[in-house]
Design a protein. Structure first.
Length: 365
């Protein structure tokens, strides 16, 4: 048997920013005390580089909230929330109503330090010092015109600079689009409430791609940007002080993710092929499952359902005969061989001062 490293994680929904931290299974007295203050604890396990995070969530609808905003906070497709809760997609949410849904997802790549953005996930994964934050983002629109292609590009990058209260230097392609739409055309937009970059901007080495706050929160967890990576203020305020210049990152495109747990179960997560990179999602999924060597261990009827729904929630698709005795058939990692112990939550240990640097010219929004 290959060496399997078991690390204990916890996942705290902190204003819907998902923080996961490694914690040694010691100092039990302090762990138990601190556990009383946790709002939401879920568990994940790092087994053979497969990591599953998230779980069941109960959300109380706040004043003025809609399905889009709730989905953006938690990184869950709004139609999935509506379907699970028996809601009409067109009806407004009632303040105080209780919504229940699942945020379970498979982490597509695991790195020691850096940023991974998976386009079909609409999620930014930030790794540093044995911590992980999984934050919902808005990405580039799937359409293109004769002037520009707004899709968020794939590729490796490094952090070039970061800036509070940035100036937006409007790219020529966006100026042309605005002119064609009859909008006011500006070459620069100063800091302030009308600046599309919001209060925080992080420049990457990818041409014209920023990670930034947006003044249009309804565009987060959707594909509506000009290629940049948009975030809610509450999320980028968590990320901004932790990111350092020259930190490495990568934007990837993985609409199907597979994870294996320690008790032999297989979880699959399927999302929409938004940029239409695959001719057949069914064939693409089958090839990935075959490459993991589990074609004869999964329930293909469940796979077909996931392909139809494209809900983006990781589900247990194991055939029962391949699960270890006593394993639950429910799609809950905490019942599928995942460590279940109370762990401590240490608030962010990173209070480094922000590094001011220019975001430069020709930045998309």
């Amino acid at each position: 048997m290959g060496c399997r490293l078991h690390f204990l994680f916890f996942y705290v929904v902190n204003r819907c920013g998902c923080i996961i931290e490694f914690a040694p299974v010691i100092r039990m007295k302090s762990l138990i005390k601190t556990a009383l203050f946790l709002v939401c604890i879920l568990f994940a396990q790092y087994v053979s580089a497969d990591m599953i995070i998230g779980g069941d969530v109960t959300h109380t609808v706040g004043k003025g909230e809609n399905l889009y905003r709730v989905g953006a906070k938690y990184g869950v497709y709004w139609k999935t929330i509506a379907r699970i809760n028996g809601l009409n997609e067109k009806d407004p949410l009632v303040e105080g109503a209780i919504l229940k849904f699942n945020t379970r997802k498979i982490v597509p790549r695991v790195v020691d330090t850096g940023i991974i953005v998976n386009i079909p996930d609409r999620t930014l994964y930030f790794f540093r010092d044995k911590q992980l934050m999984a934050l919902p983002v808005g990405l580039g629109a799937s359409y293109k015109n004769e002037y520009s292609d707004w899709k968020t590009p794939e590729g490796k990058f490094r952090i070039v600079s970061k800036r509070k209260d940035p100036t937006w230097y409007v790219p020529e392609s966006i100026q042309i689009e605005y002119a064609l739409k009859g909008k006011n055309v500006e070459e620069t937009v100063p800091p302030g409430p009308k600046n599309p970059l919001g209060k925080y901007a992080i420049k990457t080495s990818l041409p014209a791609v920023l990670i930034h706050e947006t003044i249009w929160p309804g565009s987060v967890y959707r594909y509506m940007s000009h290629g940049c990576i948009r975030m809610l203020r509450e999320h980028i305020e968590q990320l901004f002080p932790l990111v350092e210049v020259n930190m490495q990152g990568e934007i990837i495109y993985e609409p199907v993710k597979i994870a294996r747990t320690d008790d032999g179960r297989t979880f699959v997560e399927i999302r929409t092929d938004i940029y239409r990179k695959h001719k057949s999602m069914k064939n693409y999924t089958a090839k990935l499952i075959d490459a993991r060597g589990v074609s004869d261990k999964v329930d293909w009827q469940k796979i077909d359902r996931l392909l139809k729904e494209e809900s983006g929630v990781a589900e247990d698709v194991s055939l029962e005969k391949h699960a270890k005795p006593g394993a639950s058939s429910e799609s809950d990692p905490s019942k599928a061989g995942f460590t279940s112990q109370v762990v401590d939550y240490f608030k962010s240990k990173f209070n480094k001062s922000d590094q001011a640097a220019s975001t430069g010219n020709n930045n998309k929004q």
